[in-house]
Design a protein around this ligand. Structure first.
Ligand SMILES: Cc1cc2nc3c(=O)[nH]c(=O)nc-3n(C[C@H](O)[C@H](O)[C@H](O)COP(=O)(O)OP(=O)(O)OC[C@H]3O[C@@H](n4cnc5c(N)ncnc54)[C@H](O)[C@@H]3O)c2cc1C
Length: 276
């Protein structure tokens, strides 16, 4: 059958360095310089799904990312895991992209690489975590799209997939071409062998800049991003303290009034009453 499969992967900040991430005071964007990255964990499940299908019916698996130049390291890691080739989309013109500009750039990169039967993504990233890129990307590509997929089988020309919803699952059959956004329940990503690491060094990795793609410049990067962060705030973890005064009965009365006003602790209130 020979499927042509692409897997979109995102390098995200290493959680061990979260305390060193800062927010730009004016642009409100994440400042990532100097923060080591890891591959967004669920994107490895996406690659594992692609590799299993390639083993089942044949074909090729291409990994793609839009990232700064060091995105190449993540791609090499996934070539070592078993992908056949890789593509890095990197250019200052792509910087500051929101999800729409990101998905547009990825779509133009995929179109440049050829017509894919299947595109895999993770369901959400560990940092931006909007879950918007998969559906937007499918829209740009004009293909069917399933999200939150936790089971997958290829039967002839159709994929049978289980999509996780709040209280269970929905089963779908999707004709190719399609984009599938996977969850971590779908599979267990394979380990990377030493042999895989050696082979990865020789596998093709293409770098595309803005000049290589057929793009409308006003759809790229910060300029092409209709959404801008308005502000980012850390939750206040402080507690409000209040001293109740009077004798013990007065304090209990005040406490009961406050608890009832808050709509809480009827049983505790009863217990206090008993104590009185
Ligand atoms: C308003 C706004 C402004 C932003 N501004 C900036 C900014 O200035 N600088 C900045 O660095 N980030 C910025 N971001 C974050 C950036 O837009 C997102 O990281 C990016 O668009 C992907 O969105 P996400 O992380 O929510 O992905 P999700 O939709 O949660 O990701 C789902 C899946 O899509 C795929 N995917 C996502 N991103 C990529 C990618 N780049 N390459 C390949 N596959 C991918 C992966 O398979 C991933 O598992 C901004 C986000 C918003 C909402």
């Amino acid at each position: 059958m020979n499927l042509k499969i692409a897997v979109c992967i995102k390098p995200v900040p290493d959680p061990n360095f979260y305390d060193q991430i800062t927010i730009h005071p004016v642009k409100k964007t994440i400042t990532r310089q100097g923060i080591p990255t890891i591959i967004n964990p669920v994107d490895k499940n996406a690659l594992e799904a692609a590799l299993q299908l390639r083993e089942q019916v044949g074909g090729t698996v291409t990994v793609l990312t839009m990232a700064p130049p060091n995105g190449e390291e993540s791609l090499r890691e996934l070539l070592a895991m078993g992908a056949d080739d890789a593509c890095l989309l990197t250019d200052r013109a792509f910087a500051g992209a929101d999800t729409l500009a990101t998905s547009y750039t990825l779509a133009q990169g995929l179109k440049k690489l050829g017509n894919f039967d299947l595109v895999f993504t993770g369901t959400e990233s560990a940092d931006g975590a909007t879950s918007q890129v998969p559906s937007q990307l499918a829209q740009w590509l004009g293909v069917a799209h399933l999200w939150n997929v936790s089971e997958l089988q290829l039967q002839e020309q159709a994929l049978r997939a289980k999509m996780k919803i709040e209280n269970g699952y929905i089963e779908y059959a999707v004709k190719l071409p399609a984009l599938i956004a996977v969850t971590r329940d779908l599979n267990t990503p394979r380990f990377t062998s030493i042999m895989g690491v050696m082979k990865a060094k020789k596998k093709p990795l293409t770098v595309y800049t803005v000049n290589d793609l057929d793009v409308e410049m006003d759809k790229l990067g910060l300029k092409g991003s209709p959404t801008q962060p308005g502000g980012i705030f850390a939750p206040s973890l402080g507690r409000k303290g209040e001293r109740l005064t009077g004798d013990i009965d007065e304090i209990i009365d005040q406490l009961l009034i406050k608890l009832r006003a808050a709509g809480l602790n009827v049983e505790a209130a009863d217990a206090c009453q008993e104590r009185r």
